[in-house]
Write a protein that binds this ligand. Structure first.
Ligand code: G4P
Length: 534
């Protein structure tokens, strides 16, 4: 097989989706531990703390204990090259997390055994479903008392509308499990307790479920209960169908504890076998196959001022096809320019290394002089296609912002432009108002704090921010005269987006319905025309 094909096939690029506190940081760390990328677990967490000392660029992160920046972690396991996309895991979800999912080929849905399917997991799951990427489920914190595994299977099906196929099953007494049963191989794996809270790889013993030695170790009650569960699963459960997994109709389900390492290795190994390598991506000229010789990639994230000492701006790109080599020249479709990719960066959390080559599925960071925008396409010079538009998210919270000090207007506009390009906020203008202010729209309220903090720290601008009581936006389409003479909008506000399209803000869906019934000549769109929605 050719190098490009081999390299593409062994790539697994995925993101972990979960509600905060389900254990994403812990699981990521354990995957790195098993992947040999770190020697003792605990270092990702300490890096979490260290990061502030190193870059200190986002006080909010420290204050709220959240990870706002995201990067990619790479390691090799069993011949696979694994790329874990780190999605920010804060309570208020933001568009950033969604965009990261655009760069993933599959997702691992992490569920806390005691809490089941939580709010943020639901939202992120729907993005995966829309993209039709396979979702793998890892039920975490099995060292604790939680919901019954059958109950969880049912919850996943009812709440998310996806059927779950347990690849393994917890062995032991509820709340005090000692191992997992591998259904495919009818093997039991019992984990030792080393009391180290999972700092090191956990020793285990494996054997056939019908082996009398296991029956003895487990005790006949536990053994019998396990056999009953297995029988029930085999009889009443779904059959395993890899095609359904690939199309996102069936989720392979695993059980374990990221903290004690219980079940981590069986999950990792099975996941890498089943998860898909980079798939073809849709462009305006049809599907782009990852193994085609010509290079292509898209920008899924832009992050400026990661290091205040350097004031650099990085564009993160996901390679979709062809081989990347340092110094190569590519065509940037949106600006119509050829760009030399001289200093590509790869990240292991905050440590940067310069890379010489990369393949489909890999993520690299490029220094960006302000040329790139989110969703932009890079491709070989002789090809001029663009990947499908990124989905647009209707903003749900709004605020009017202006600089406290009017002398700082220039920096204010510069900062706002930068943050709009990063996709951190959506910016609108209010015409005919006495003070020229920006109206910003966001999906999660944390984005307001981020905006305030970054304008102050990176541009020296203190903001006056007035939150508005609106919670829905509709893009208005129709004759200008029809829009100007709209009826019943006294409680709302008309603003214009950066492309000067009119947008109506109102307080709730009910008000939107009321207004739209009174203005049949105007169309009310949740997202701007020609974009896909979530
Ligand atoms: P997140 O990134 O999804 O927000 O979660 P994170 O890994 O930070 O884990 C949240 C809390 O859950 C942590 O406890 C972590 O130790 C705990 N946790 C993760 N996996 C397991 C597990 O398998 N079993 C149990 N019992 N707990 C688990 P914390 O008290 O907030 O932090 P720490 O003091 O333990 O670091």
């Amino acid at each position: 097989m050719e190098e490009l094909e081999l390299e593409t096939k062994r790539r697994r690029t995925f993101a972990i989706i979960s509600h905060p506190d389900a254990g994403k940081t812990t699981l990521t760390e354990k995957l790195l531990l098993y992947g040999g990328a770190i020697r003792l677990a605990g270092s990702v967490k300490s890096r979490k703390a260290q990061k502030h000392a190193v870059s200190d660029w986002m006080e909010i992160e420290k204050q709220r204990g959240i990870s706002v920046t995201s990067s990619v972690l790479q390691f090799d396991y069993d011949g696979h090259r694994v790329n874990i996309l780190d999605t920010p895991g804060h309570q208020d979800f933001s568009e950033d997390t969604y965009r990261t999912l655009m760069a993933a080929d599959s997702a691992v849905m992490l569920i806390d055994v005691a809490k089941g399917v939580e709010e943020q997991t639901k939202k992120l799951f729907h993005v995966c479903r829309q993209r039709k990427i396979p979702v793998f489920t890892f039920v975490n914190k099995l060292d604790r008392f939680g919901k019954n595994p059958f109950e969880l299977m049912e919850e996943i099906e009812q709440v998310l509308g996806i059927r779950a196929y347990p690849m393994n099953w917890p062995v032991g007494i509820h709340g005090n499990y000692v191992g997992v049963y591998n259904r495919q191989e009818a093997q039991v794996e019992l984990f030792e307790r080393d009391g180290s809270h999972g700092q090191s790889v956990l020793p285990s013993t494996m054997g056939n479920v019908s082996d009398p030695a296991f029956r003895e170790t487990l005790g006949s009650d536990i053994h019998e209960a396990l056999c009953e569960d297995i029988e029930l699963l085999d009889m009443a459960g779904d059959a395993f169908d890899l095609e359904q997994v690939k199309s996102g109709e069936l989720t392979p389900m695993f059980f374990g504890s990221a903290m004690t390492n219980f079940g981590v290795r069986p999950f990792l190994e099975e996941f890498l076998k089943l998860a898909p390598p980079p798939a073809p991506r849709l462009s305006n000229e049809g599907e782009i196959n990852p193994t085609q010789e010509e290079f292509s990639a898209f920008v899924f994230k832009i992050q400026a001022n990661m290091n205040p000492a350097h004031r650099d701006r990085l564009a993160f790109i996901r390679i979709c096809s062809g081989k990347f080599t340092r110094g190569m020249s590519v065509y940037h479709v949106q600006s119509g320019k050829n760009i030399k990719l001289a200093q590509p960066q790869q990240f292991l959390a905050q440590e940067r290394t310069i890379i010489d080559e990369a393949y489909p599925g890999d993520i690299i960071g490029l220094f960006d002089a302000g040329v790139f925008g989110i969703g932009d396409t890079l491709c070989q010079e002789n090809m001029k296609f663009s990947f499908q538009d990124f989905p647009a998210f209707p903003p749900e919270q709004f605020a009017r912002v202006q600089p406290k000090d009017t002398m700082k207007r220039k920096q204010f506009v510069k900062g706002m432009t930068q943050l709009t390009q990063e996709g951190a906020v959506q910016v609108f203008r209010q015409r005919d108002s006495a003070v020229e202010a920006f109206i910003i729209g966001v999906v999660g309220a944390l984005q307001f704090e981020v905006l305030e903090y970054r304008l102050k720290n990176e541009y020296g601008v203190d903001l006056i921010m007035d939150r508005l009581s609106f919670s829905v936006a509709r893009w208005l389409v129709g004759e200008e005269s029809a829009i100007k003479s709209m009826k019943g909008i006294d409680s709302g506000m008309i603003i214009h987006d950066i492309k000067d399209r009119p947008v109506l803000l109102l307080s709730n869906e009910w008000a939107i319905r009321w207004v739209s019934e009174r203005n049949p000549d105007v169309e009310f769109l949740e997202i701007p025309e020609n974009s896909q929605g979530i």
